[in-house]
Design a protein. Structure first.
Ligand SMILES: [Zn+2]
Length: 271
């Protein structure tokens, strides 16, 4: 297994991007672009540029701020207006990620112990969880079909191949994702291709995944540390994984990293 150089996390990030798809503020160790820690699309969005589109800027910032405050109804409203404003495979994909998170939140909100006397509320939360789960899937399928349409005009568009790959991976359509990844890899030198390779090999629990993690970590792509921690967890190296996640979370507020850290902490409690 390749080792990742963690020293980069000791330094302050050098840029602050604003994801132009979901509105997250993304600290970055790379000058050019980074991968959003929420939607995982490649972003080089800057506040000063995005503010030139005030309506759009208000909607993306409202989406992320409402999510951070667990005001999911407000976030939902922001997501709907974003979908009206911008029709693109990336926006449909982001809606897929958003409704999956909303679904998890609602489903996680069911609580038999404390809400025991409020079964109706429990049933509502569970139903909303299921509905948003299917809404999420529908958006990923929509992203794929829009990307396919655009790829008919230009079959080497890395952005379209990347969003198609991401959607296929989210839907666990792994053989489609593998085909799309092969197409993306034929376009040389793309950072999206390295990121997609990392995600695919990580999903397949392929030992070579650490090679891509190292490649991305070396150019300051912070999400690679999360996937490295995940790999360590699979190898039962929980303490190492934990220390990376703690370090990483001081720099970037990645929900998946928090969840993995919680899982590790729970494991320690059981043992
Ligand atoms: Zn994003």
């Amino acid at each position: 297994m390749e080792k990742l150089d963690l020293r980069i996390l000791d330094k302050d990030p050098i840029r602050l991007f604003r994801c132009e798809y979901c509105g997250c503020q993304v600290p970055s160790y790379n000058q050019e672009s980074t991968f959003c820690y929420f939607c995982e699309l490649n972003t080089s969005g800057m506040d000063e540029i995005l503010k030139k589109y005030p309506e759009f800027y208000t909607a993306i910032t409202s989406l992320t701020e409402s999510m951070n405050a667990s005001k999911w109804e407000d976030a939902d409203e922001a997501m709907r207006s974003l979908l009206q404003m911008r029709k693109s495979p990336e926006m449909s994909y982001t809606a897929g990620v958003f409704y999956k998170a909303y679904s998890d939140y609602m489903y996680g909100n069911r609580d038999y112990e404390y809400l025991g006397g409020y079964r109706e509320q429990n049933a509502k939360n569970i139903n909303a969880g299921i509905t948003f789960f299917y809404t999420s899937k529908a958006f990923f399928y929509s992203a794929i079909s829009q990307a396919n349409k655009n790829l008919e005009a230009d079959d080497k568009d890395p952005n379209m191949l990347f969003v198609k790959f991401m959607s296929e991976l989210k839907l666990k359509r792994l053989s489609d994702a593998r085909d799309t990844l092969q197409r993306l890899n034929q376009i040389s030198g793309s950072v999206k291709s390295a990121y997609a390779s990392m995600l695919y090999s990580s999903t397949m629990k392929d030992k070579r995944s650490s090679t891509f993690m190292k490649q991305l970590a070396d150019i300051g792509m912070i999400n690679s540390f999360y996937y490295f921690a995940k790999l360590l967890t699979q190898e039962n190296r929980l303490l190492e994984a934990k220390s990376i996640l703690i370090k990483m979370l001081t720099r970037v507020n990645m929900p998946a990293a928090k969840e993995l850290l919680d899982d590790i902490n729970e494991t320690f409690e059981i043992v």
